[in-house]
Design a protein around this ligand. Structure first.
Ligand SMILES: Nc1ncnc2c1ncn2[C@@H]1O[C@H](COP(=O)(O)OP(=O)(O)OP(=O)(O)O)[C@@H](O)[C@H]1O
Ligand SMILES: [Zn+2]
Length: 682
């Protein structure tokens, strides 16, 4: 489709929605430019990147004098119609500017290149020799009955007409199902897109795909690539050269002209939700994209999100169960340690004596133990016994964490870091002490308790350097570690073969969180963590998952003991339905950031007053501060909108948000506002 009169093109430019300039702008171009062409256009005094788009309805109006397109990057094949549809949907649904979103999801390097440079890159890529099929394809493992059954369903058009939830317990071999489904897509001459939650899981999966598909082009897309790598991989996907694209959430926007399959591994994982800018859910967009493109989508998890689970109950998704571990191994036995029963004076100990003993036995047997503690650093706060000073962050409503190794106090929210003071900064008392425990301290204590053991730690602090995570994981896989301490980074996806004991040291925090999703997340985390133990069928029978808790009678633990996801999900869904919460209601969160809490609140109040909630069919809750109210000297408030109808909520937002910038003038100190559709945490 071309513009409605010759020489005119509609261009999506990078301006946020709800500013005075929004949507598409018209420019003049002598050469006809197909929708999806990357261009640079003048905007005010600047020259900005843009994408040619189908003209909007208003393009029929009489032509004004238009400024010309500065350059058109015609060396790059235009972005396809499916890609544009995805971007247009995402922009509308998440209430962002079309051009803003479209350009944000392209590799940043792309906008730095001129047409000649681009042409050169493309030529180089075209000339690159195809990956040599050096290694012969490996012998395929014989499928388990459940894998075969799942694939048989996926093999029929009816079987994949709906989104498929591959509900496979930990160690049931979901990856093999992805590999076979991808092989089918490749055999049909199509591309497969595989999304994983964490960068740290991509290399392991990448290796398995690379081994399975020698001679095929496999590229990854995630934020840890260099800009040049990311551009190259993106171009390979866009040109249709890459057969397999493996990536984190941003890869859902990869341009894939031959797309034939989307896999979302660990679909329940919160990291599929982008937490800034356009706060999109890559999982939800994957489902939309697959439906729009008419290709199968496979959502895999041992602990599906309650959203996906509910869609199975409603018959909108098809569930394919895999309830046995490969090799028929048992699930680890769950052992709860009631911390209330520990003898007085020993409760401050890091590990209950029976757990310590169990770990010692594993060490003696040459098996590995994995200890989870969801807090990095040495201690969450430093405290002065004389004046009650605590190591607060001067810029945030949060404590600064004591890191012993580099002797710093660090704010995990804004990054503010200082050397640990020798004495209390308030009263000069020399006796300031850490309270509580982080992974650093746990490692130190374990090293003291288990002098014979090789104790390692894996968290965001130990894996900062490039390649360090892979190296540490390799050491674990090679059996060079006896006890591994770490954050939830450890609980996900890893196929550890020597681990027979997993312990959650302090899981209780989440039980009392005010966030309605906290139980769901904790349950998933513990199930996933348990799933790291006994993955070798030989050892499965004696594998154990320990949980230290002060609330052993909590119903969540009863379900965990039986590895009973279904009954946990049913109970949670019943509560959610009674409370009118997702997946039975739809939420949007309006966030305001300001110099003062009053300005943020005032803005939200005025915003709320613009909606006639009863007519709109939405409920508006009063503004409340988020968990960390002040962050980097900015005060934050948020206001929840809820509706049983997604359409009603979308309609309300679309009519309402454009009015909000008009309120800014009345609230001195308001810095910015933003909306989060389907927020994960409230
Ligand atoms: N059909 C098979 N025959 C033999 N081994 C298999 C088969 N399918 C999978 N495996 C092996 O079983 C192990 C577990 O598989 P995989 O890692 O895919 O589990 P998973 O379902 O993804 O578990 P998790 O949810 O914990 O990540 C892997 O080592 C894999 O190589
Ligand atoms: Zn801070």
């Amino acid at each position: 489709m071309t513009a409605s009169w010759p020489g005119r093109v509609a261009v999506a430019v990078e301006t946020p929605r709800h500013t005075s300039v929004s949507g598409l702008l018209d420019y003049a171009s002598e050469q006809p430019l197909a929708p999806g062409t990357l261009v640079r256009v003048p905007l005010g005094k600047r020259d900005v990147p843009g994408l040619v788009w189908e003209p909007g309805p208003e393009a029929e109006a009489a032509p004004p004098v238009l400024r010309p397109v500065t350059v058109a990057l015609t060396a790059l094949p235009p972005m396809g119609a499916d890609w544009r549809a995805l971007v247009a949907f995402a922009a509308a649904y998440y209430q962002r500017g079309l051009g803003e979103l479209a350009l944000a999801v392209l590799p940043p390097e792309l906008r730095k290149l001129d047409d000649t440079q681009l042409a050169r890159r493309l030529k180089k890529l075209a000339g690159a020799p195809p990956a040599a099929a050096a290694a012969p394809p490996p012998a395929l493992p014989e499928l388990s009955e459940e894998q075969a059954a799942a694939l048989a369903v996926l093999g029929t058009p009816e079987g994949r007409a709906k989104p498929v939830l591959l509900h496979g317990v930990t160690g049931s071999g979901k990856t093999e199902v992805y590999l076979r489904a991808a092989a089918d897509a490749l055999a049909r001459g199509e591309q497969a897109l595989v999304l994983v939650p964490e960068i740290n899981l991509t290399p392991q999966l990448e290796a398995r795909f690379a081994e399975r598909f020698p001679g095929r082009v496999l590229v990854s897309l995630h934020s840890a690539l260099t800009p040049a790598q990311r551009l190259r991989h993106w171009l390979q996907a866009h040109l249709g050269q890459a057969d397999l694209v493996l990536g984190t959430r941003l890869a859902v926007f990869a341009s894939l002209p031959r797309l034939g399959l989307i896999v979302v591994d660990e679909e329940h994982d919160p990291s599929f939700k982008q937490q800034e800018g356009a706060r999109y859910s890559a999982r939800d967009l994957a489902v939309w994209r697959a439906h729009h493109a008419g290709v199968p989508v496979l959502l895999g998890s041992a602990t599906p999100s309650l959203e996906s689970w509910q869609r199975v109950q409603e018959g909108r998704y098809r569930r394919l169960p895999m309830l046995q571990r490969i090799g028929g191994g048992a699930m680890p036995r769950v052992r709860l340690v009631d911390m209330n029963l520990l003898p007085r004076g020993t409760q401050e100990r890091v590990l209950a004596p029976q757990l310590l003993e169990a770990i010692e036995k594993r060490i003696a047997a040459g098996e590995q133990s994995l200890l989870l503690l969801n807090r990095r650093g040495y201690a969450p706060v430093l405290h002065c016994g004389a004046c009650a000073w605590k190591s607060g962050c001067p810029h945030c409503s949060a404590w600064r964490v004591f890191h012993k190794l580099d002797r710093t106090l660090k704010c995990h929210h804004c990054g503010y870091s200082e050397r640990v003071p020798r004495a209390c900064p308030e009263c000069g008392n020399l006796d300031i002490a850490p309270i509580g425990r982080g992974t650093e301290k746990l490692q130190e204590q374990l090293a003291a308790l288990l002098p014979q053991a090789r104790v390692a730690r894996l968290d965001a602090d130990t894996t900062r350097a490039a390649g360090s995570l892979q190296q540490q994981l390799a050491e674990v896989h090679a059996g060079e570690v006896d006890v591994l301490v770490g954050t939830q980074m450890l609980a996900k996806g890893h196929d550890f073969r020597r681990v027979t004991l997993v312990a959650a040291i302090n899981a209780d925090g989440a039980l009392f969180s005010s966030d309605f999703r906290a139980p769901e997340r904790l349950f998933a985390l513990l199930m996933q963590a348990a799933g790291r133990a006994g993955r070798d069928a030989e050892q499965a029978a004696r594998s154990e998952m320990w949980v230290q808790t002060w609330s052993p009678t909590h119903p969540l633990f009863a379900a965990l003991r039986k590895h009973d996801y279904d009954s946990f999900a049913a109970a949670q869904l019943e509560e959610r339905q009674a409370a009118g919460l997702p997946p039975f209601a739809h939420l949007a969160l309006l966030r305001a950031e300001a110099r003062t809490a009053e300005a943020a609140t005032g803005f939200l109040h005025d915003a709320a007053a613009l909606i006639d909630a009863a007519t709109a069919g939405v409920t508006i809750y009063p503004p409340v501060p988020p968990f960390v109210a002040k962050l980097a000297d900015v005060e934050r408030m948020q206001m929840l909108l809820e509706s049983p109808s997604r359409a009603a909520l979308q309609r309300t937002l679309a009519g309402w948000l454009p009015q909000l910038n008009g309120l800014r003038g009345a609230h001195k100190g308001l810095l910015r506002w933003a909306v989060d559709i389907d927020p994960l945490a409230i």
